[in-house]
Design a protein around this ligand. Structure first.
Ligand SMILES: Nc1ncnc2c1ncn2[C@@H]1O[C@H](COP(=O)(O)OP(=O)(O)OP(=O)(O)O)[C@@H](O)[C@H]1O
Ligand SMILES: [Mg+2]
Length: 426
């Protein structure tokens, strides 16, 4: 048991609700079961403890036993030596510490955890509130809220980007494509330049041809005067030979293709533009697809951080964690846990809320079978937690039996308790 944990050492109750007189020395560590039939005063004992330690907030609306001659009296001795007494219908408080000094409710509140006195309040809280209580204990509430906000924002961002990416992809797919169109837009001026350069070349060719014909004409003239002009003839023949050589490889180029392109320039350019547009649309879609991928990565990373944060936190019960803002125990959310698992989870959480508070009150343990009850008792011991519980039963698991507001014949109870001790269950 933790040194700071305060437990209930003894209690004496008189004339509270259904109680006539009940004295009880609960087990310091583990489970004390108050048994008895319905309506005998079991819950009245827990209510009296809650009133004694919790004060006015826990005062029953009809605190004094009807027909009792004396007013209520409650006395609880705590493990740190404090004696808490309340007297009268108003429950006037007297707290005496071991050195004999008196103190008040404020001191009690330091080590009494409200939820330990009123576990049903925790059990009835909403799923989010339960998870919040646990996160508060773990000290990760703020960081988790931050991460969850981030997760939500990345998620919705990724969702919109995903939608845009889909639309863009569809749009790009539906756009026309002309595989035979040139890659770049045609330019009229460039085509005209090319045409002019070919025409210029052809003009030059024409000029060379005219030169050849001139030489031939001269030859005809000269041949008439050939005899005396042999030397000139030889020269001219040589010139002719050279001119022939330079003319023989000349080929005229056709401008038909360019003329064709000029005629079709509108259509060709429309196709080129369409191809460029499609290319851009595809890139756009890919870009959005890539953004979607990146956001998915961020989302996974954030979720992993949330998981690691909770895994690294010191959870009060193995198997207990928080998933999507809700408590889960052994993988089950609160509404799917068995009644006894709920009690265990609630007790473990309340235990951690105020480590100074070493006890918890549990009403109606009927929902646990005796084996579960024994396991619960053993778990409480390992937790160093004192639990005072009620159960409609008169079996050996009960530490005392309440009958008509009194502790029933102690002989039967003790022998029953003895039996369970020897079997080693409790
Ligand atoms: N101030 C009071 N004076 C006298 N009797 C009271 C007073 N308050 C409650 N009772 C009676 O006490 C009984 C309930 O007591 P309590 O709740 O302690 O019983 P219980 O043993 O827990 O019963 P159950 O097993 O049904 O939960 C009821 O019969 C109720 O009428
Ligand atoms: Mg009851």
């Amino acid at each position: 048991m933790s040194q700071d944990s305060i437990t209930i050492q003894a209690l004496e109750l008189e004339n509270v609700k259904r109680i006539r007189t009940v004295t009880l020395t609960p087990t310091a560590n583990g489970l004390t079961v108050i048994g008895g039939r319905n309506g005998q005063g079991k819950t009245s004992v827990l209510d009296a403890i809650a009133w004694a330690l919790g004060g006015d907030r826990f005062k029953p609306s009809n605190p004094g036993r009807d027909e009792a001659a004396a007013p209520p009296y409650l006395k609880i001795t705590l493990s740190n030596g404090l004696i808490v007494e309340r007297k009268g219908l108003n429950g006037n408080l007297k707290v005496t510490d071991p050195t004999g000094q008196s103190a008040g409710q404020t001191l009690l509140n330091k080590f009494v955890e409200t939820l330990a006195l009123n576990l049903p309040r925790f059990m009835q809280a909403g799923t989010k509130e339960k998870a919040k209580t646990l996160l508060r204990i773990l000290g990760v509430e703020e960081e988790l809220t931050q991460l969850e906000k981030q997760e939500l924002s990345i998620y919705s961002q990724r969702h919109s980007i995903g939608q845009i990416a889909d639309q863009k992809r569809k749009y790009a797919d539906e756009m026309p494509n002309y595989p035979d169109a040139p890659t770049d837009l045609l330019s009229v001026s460039e085509l005209i330049n090319r045409q002019q350069s070919i025409l210029a070349q052809n003009g030059e060719n024409q000029r060379k041809r005219q030169q050849l014909s001139l030489y031939q004409t001269q030859l005809t003239d000269v041949q008439a005067k050939l005899t005396e002009l042999h030397r000139q003839e030889a020269e001219l023949q040589e010139s002719i030979r050279l001119a022939q050589m330079s003319a023989q490889d000349l080929v005229d180029q056709s401008t038909a293709a360019i003329e064709q392109d000029i005629a079709n320039i509108e259509e060709i350019n429309r196709r080129v533009r369409a191809n460029l547009d499609k290319e851009r649309a595809k890139e756009d879609a890919e870009n959005y697809g890539q953004q979607y991928q990146n956001l998915s990565g961020n989302l996974d990373e954030t979720r992993e951080r949330i998981r690691a944060l909770l895994e690294g936190a010191n959870l009060p019960l193995p198997g207990l964690t928080i998933k999507d803002g809700e408590l889960t125990y052994l993988g089950q959310p609160w509404d799917c846990m068995s009644g006894s698992d709920k009690l265990k989870v609630a007790t473990a959480i309340v235990r951690k809320l105020n480590p100074n508070c070493g006890f918890v009150l549990l009403d109606k343990l009927e929902q646990m079978d005796t084996q579960t009850l024994a396991e619960f008792g053993a778990w409480l011991k390992t937790e160093g937690l004192q639990c005072i519980a009620t159960r409609v039963s008169s079996g050996g698991e009960c530490s005392i039996i309440i009958e008509d507001g009194l502790v029933a014949d102690s002989a039967t109870t003790e022998s029953a308790a003895q039996t369970s001790f020897t079997t080693g269950v409790f």
